[in-house]
Design a protein around this ligand. Sequence first.
Ligand code: AKG
Ligand code: FE2
Length: 436
Amino acid sequence: MTSPSHSYNHLFDPTSRGHKHAKRHYYKTTKNRAEDFNTDWTPFRVAEKKYKAHFPPPDLSDVLDLALLDPSRSAEIERGGWKGRTDTVNIKEISLQNVPTTKKSRAFTVANIHGLVILPSFVSDESQRNLIRWSLLNHARHPNETNLDTHYILPSSGLWSTYLHSPETTIQPRASLPSTISTSSDSSSPRHLISNTPASPATFSLLRGAPRPPPMPSVHAQPLSAKQLLPRLRWANIGWSYHWGTKQYDFASEVQPIGEPFRNVCTEVVRSICWYDVFGRAGAGPLDDWGEGNANWQAWNETYEPDAGIVNFYQTKDTLMGHVDHSELCATSPLVSISLGNAAIFLIGGLTRDVTPIPILLRSGDVVVMSGPTCRRAYHGVPRILEETLPLYLEEDVDADRGMWAPYARYMRTTRINVNMRQVFPKGFDPCLVHT
Ligand SMILES: O=C(O)CCC(=O)C(=O)O
Ligand SMILES: [Fe+2]
């Protein structure tokens, strides 16, 4: 039996030991900071700072928390003590089609962020466990690139499998001759978010020909055991290989097959959304800003096909800075984002950081879809993973799997996984037909 997860509620009680400890830690670490608030910060930065703060814990009364609409999730919500509200923004429920009646799925759009669809607990408990297993065992390994490959010679069987079978196995760094190798520009954790030119069908041939120098391995990387290296796993590529140095896809390298479990959830989501409810009816506004990516949303139920993306592995102290994902040639087709494990605060705003973002509490099994010209190019980020919010069905002592789930449960106790799937090429665009 594992010990029950401690609620984060203690931080909200000023008489508790946890609160006093966090307060002492806060004063110790902030003692020398000149100014806590900078008037130059954009509204997006202000929100990031707010939710990042560990003491005092952020007030979540502005955070949209759709799990509160589902009574069957109350135990999950109470566990961590983190709770938002359902009335922070105007939401509208939209229809889902072809979803088995056994599924309790619902879908919501959010006023002001046209093209954003939230599907709370779309992924069943069992399917969440499968996606977590797949992410660690089958996905985060060769031939898919991970953040660790630049710096470490990872075992061909994968880091997770090595950790399961012999956690003390030493993994050697790549750079063993410090004198000949300069210090890395580090594509390792945390993710580097550099600005780049948005991709489009018009810029494709230019992008395809651009040099993609391989990242340099760090000379500071030390040999580590599989067990020590595992918490440093931050991302693994899906499909088209992503070149972090230029923040563009590397179209010259081989595209890897997309894991069926990821693909199936994403296509199920896109095919079940009634896109007329999102774009066609209820004051959708002008559709002339859809650009070359094409406004073919009427056909997404049949044509949507993910071909790239990333699996993010967050430890509870990790964050993902505000950014726009604009390396995909198709600037409008749905990006499907699946949350697994601990909950997080997700911020989504507008086309610049000057738009005040909407904070949304994403819990395990929730799916977010970003689509259309406004939402697909909106700044978004993850300023906070909410500690101790792992749902009970992902704990080891509810193991229907005779011990097989236990190592996953232990890893997930401090982890959030996000599967972030995109479609790089617009429907009908054939990269082989473009001449350089
Ligand atoms: O973790 C998330 O929910 C979002 C991740 C994201 O924005 C990305 O991978 O580009
Ligand atoms: Fe993103």
